[in-house]
Design a protein around this ligand. Structure first.
Ligand code: NAD
Length: 301
């Protein structure tokens, strides 16, 4: 069976995803690039194809059109404006809502029935827009949520402790934005509580560093894209390998009618459920506050 990924919006993020897919052995057989700048994506496809002799697997890469969406497994929406220096993600809402609705209109004409993977910021709100507008099953619309923020946190702690970040078990939850938080009561190094390794003050510093990471990178190089590109490959693998992996993607929260970063179980069908997590009262309050912020933005649409 073909595993086709269509990337719509081939700027920094879309192309980092494509490049990361090419350099890892995945099940992806076809990568289709779509952008309003049609000439540039032809160039991008050529450039990627030139590296194929050194890739770990065989992949077809081409610049495409919306008709390519019909038999795609995943459509990844990376189109739209990105944050400028000091700009909040929530600021992008109206311009990106318009762009994404236009894209969904075109995709729906193709009878696409795979999974929408949404990256465009503010990602929780835009994921809600994609589901609401497409009327796709809720689990088949997934936002990247706090997957990248969780990776950033695991990296920072792993580096500090000289422990493989794969053995740092902790999540960033809530909005992919300023109200995100870390439920430290659920954080482990190997099988030990994180407090056995680090004091609370230090943990809070890591949380702040993760929250500010995008601002700090954008201030220095104008955009963030490699980390999200690799996060997208991780989500793609969870889908195409039917892994039932727990990832903090932005998934639908029925109780509050929002999409938000929660530990979600991801397989070939999309998000099929939530992992159990018990939060302290303070953590519940933080989660609810984050929900309120996303919800308020949705009502403004
Ligand atoms: P970019 O400006 O480099 O690329 C955006 C691309 O979208 C451009 O190539 C543009 O031509 C294209 N585009 C615009 N309108 C389009 C349309 N209607 N149809 C098709 N293509 C269209 O921006 P970027 O740095 O790649 O960021 C893309 C988005 O991803 C932004 O919203 C950014 O904030 C977001 N982002 C999200 C995360 C996350 O964790 N969710 C991380 C980084 C960036």
């Amino acid at each position: 069976m073909e595993n086709k990924v269509v990337i719509i919006g081939c700027g920094n993020v879309g192309m980092s995803y494509a490049y990361a897919l090419l350099n890892q052995k995945t099940k992806v057989t076809d990568i289709i690039l779509i952008d309003i700048d049609e000439e540039r994506v032809v160039g991008e496809a050529m450039d990627l194809n030139h590296g194929l002799p050194f890739a770990p697997g065989k992949v077809s890469i081409k610049a495409g059109t919306y008709t390519d969406c019909m038999d795609a497994s995943i459509i990844c929406i990376c189109a739209g404006s990105a944050q400028k220096e000091g700009e909040k993600r929530l600021n992008l809402i109206h311009q990106n809502e318009k762009i994404v609705k236009d894209i969904v209109d075109k995709v729906l004409k193709t009878n696409f029935h795979g999974i929408f993977l949404v990256v465009t910021n503010p990602v929780d709100v835009i994921t809600y827009v994609v589901q609401d507008y497409s009327k796709f099953p809720k689990g088949k619309v997934i936002g990247t949520g706090t997957t990248l923020d969780t990776a950033r946190l695991r990296f920072l702690i792993g580096e500090h402790l000289t422990i493989n970040p794969k053995n740092v078990h902790t999540y960033v939850l809530g909005e992919h934005g300023d109200s995100e938080f870390v439920p430290w009561s659920n954080a482990f190094i190997g099988s030990s509580q994180i407090e056995d390794y680090l004091e609370y003050e230090k943990l809070k510093n890591f949380e702040t560093e993760v929250k500010n990471a995008a601002y700090d990178v954008i201030e220095r190089k104008g955009a963030t894209y490699y980390g999200i590109g690799m996060s997208l490959v991780r989500i793609t693998n969870a889908i195409l390998n039917d892994e039932n992996t727990i990832l903090t993607v932005s998934s639908y929260n029925k109780e509050h009618d929002v999409y938000i970063g929660m530990p979600s179980i991801v397989n070939q069908k999309g998000v099929v459920g939530l992992a159990k997590i018990s939060l302290t009262d303070e953590e519940k309050q933080k989660f609810n506050k984050s929900v309120e912020i996303v919800k308020e933005e949705i009502t403004k649409l």
